[in-house]
Design a protein around this ligand. Structure first.
Ligand SMILES: [Zn+2]
Length: 219
């Protein structure tokens, strides 16, 4: 299976697009971070239903067992899987809009929009799918919407429950990654020092060299 290798204790999802570490500090934020910017290009790690369920295991939203059953179901019901996948991406994108607004306000977090609340409530699924999970009997089939329902559950929990740390957006530009700053100093600025932090520092260094190179010519 392509997932659940970890480096420095942070779980990471590996795909043909590269490595995506779970740096958000919460599954709902890791969900938002599946789409972000790198080197001036937007990367979406959710490329289809198979990628969604692979990622969901690493994010802690699906068990390995659920993943395997959904993987089998996907081959039998590709159209349903495609519908669930589209709905999941829509939920993520509206969730990202909310997080963008929430990280721009410093005073009080904006309430979730009607559209977001409706989407989360709908995505939680029939018969409490998010909580009940798949039927124990494999012959009963698998509800393909489970990864969507679990993502909605994570968002609902994030919105409703108190959480440690401050919600922030990575200062590397452009990145768009969100995370909970649980550092004591409350000064975490990047998704990770060894990625976004270093990129910002290298960029500043290049600009400084450029400025120094330009200066003598002015004299
Ligand atoms: Zn970042």
């Amino acid at each position: 299976m392509p997932h659940k290798r970890s480096t420095d204790e942070v779980a990471a999802y590996f795909s043909e697009l590269g490595r995506l570490r779970m740096l958000g500090g919460d599954a709902a934020l890791d969900f938002a971070n599946t789409r972000h910017w790198r080197d001036g290009r937007e990367i979406d790690f959710l490329t289809g239903y198979p990628a969604l369920i692979d990622w969901a295991v690493v994010a802690g939203l699906l068990s390995e067992h659920e993943h395997d059953r959904l993987g089998e179901a996907e081959t039998l019901m590709p159209l349903q899987a495609a519908d669930v996948f589209s709905a999941t991406v829509r939920l993520r994108d509206i969730w990202k809009i909310h997080l963008g607004e929430a990280t721009r306000t410093t005073i009080t977090a904006p309430p979730p929009s009607e559209a977001l609340r409706h989407m989360v409530a709908t995505a939680l699924g029939p018969q409490n799918l998010a909580i009940a999970g798949l039927p124990a009997d494999p012959l009963a089939g698998a509800d393909m919407a489970l990864p969507l329902a679990r993502a909605a559950l994570a968002i609902g929990a994030f919105l409703a429950l108190p959480h440690a740390g401050t919600l922030r957006m990575c200062e590397a530009d452009p990145c768009g990654g969100v995370f909970l700053d649980t550092s004591r100093s409350q000064k975490r600025r990047w998704c990770a020092m060894d990625s976004c932090g270093n990129r910002v520092k290298a960029q500043r260094h290049r600009l400084r060299l450029k400025a120094e190179a330009v200066e003598p010519a002015k004299r």
